[in-house]
Design a protein around this ligand. Sequence first.
Ligand SMILES: NC(=O)c1ccc[n+]([C@@H]2O[C@H](COP(=O)([O-])OP(=O)(O)OC[C@H]3O[C@@H](n4cnc5c(N)ncnc54)[C@H](O)[C@@H]3O)[C@@H](O)[C@H]2O)c1
Length: 327
Amino acid sequence: MNILLTGGAGYIGSHAALSLLDDGHKVHIIDNLSTGNEMLIPKNAKFTNCNINNEELISNLIQSNNFDLLMHFAGFIQVEESVKQPEKYFENNTNNAIKLFNTCKNNGLTKIVFSSTAAAYGLVSEDKLIDEHTNLNPQNPYAESKIKTEKFLFDNKDNFHFIILRYFNVAGADKKLRSGQISKKSTHLIKKISEVVVGKRDQIEIFGNNYNTPDGTAIRDYIHVSDLADIHLEVAKYLLRNLESNLFNCGYGNGFSVLDVVKTTNSIYQNKINYKFSSRREGDVEKLIADTSKLLNYFKWQPKYNDLREIINSSIRWEEKINASNT
Ligand SMILES: NC(=O)c1ccc[n+]([C@@H]2O[C@H](COP(=O)([O-])OP(=O)(O)OC[C@H]3O[C@@H](n4cnc5c(N)ncnc54)[C@H](O)[C@@H]3O)[C@@H](O)[C@H]2O)c1
């Protein structure tokens, strides 16, 4: 396969690029490095530094390459920031994405894998695993911006063949430490915990200890980024073979509370993680756990890293690496 991949200087896009390259495919990355880092771009990938809204440059790129499919990861991802600056999110995650999809279509590239989010489900009223039919109830502009982009694809089913992937909480780092999370502003729990372990941060804040969960802290389904990357490989092959648009949840179907993650880390790293409780963050929800039956029924994908300790350990090994190189 020959893949045009946006956001490949970012956390998840770079891992997907590695997974594709490791499987023998070609990858051409587009990224404007707004939140990404050139260090994460895999050596064997081609790279063009540009905004996804650059119609002229991307048209030229598509015309001079024989891409089979677009994987679209580029976007802004900070929930709290989206509450403060919603327009920034609708502009990049919705308007720019639609512009990119239209540029692709106008140049004959109509197969798309799109990174969406479990935040689209938002507040789920029933106490059950979240399947793809669960009603959408977004709690913040970030999630809304992603739903609008999904809607564009659903409304344009005749023009595109697409697969939408709704990721649950992505964490961990490449086993060979070729990529991981770099962002200094990350709001991801396991990233922040890793920063405490290597001494970049004194403690973590736990937002909310009065949720309706066994220990009062919010519950999430953490999926290892390399397993998620491999899903993209399977999904791309499927889309090219079957030309069938579809939507899948990407998680493991396990829920861990914030305190579960802290305690697991403390059991490995001699109680290094100090924490304090703060009030809930605006836009946060109590519990998000995937029902993964559909994903497992369609694909032969089997997770390799479905283990919270492994996820935490890989994240910390990566943090040690970038700490040593002062990144
Ligand atoms: N990280 C998660 O847990 C998570 C969960 C659900 C969904 N997602 C989705 O996955 C995708 C990737 O997330 P990530 O965690 O890798 O984020 P990231 O910030 O690490 O990567 C995003 C990349 O996109 C690039 N980018 C942003 N806007 C751009 C533009 N207009 N033109 C060109 N490049 C642009 C950035 O420079 C960056 O390299 C996002 O679409 C996000 O919504 C992430």
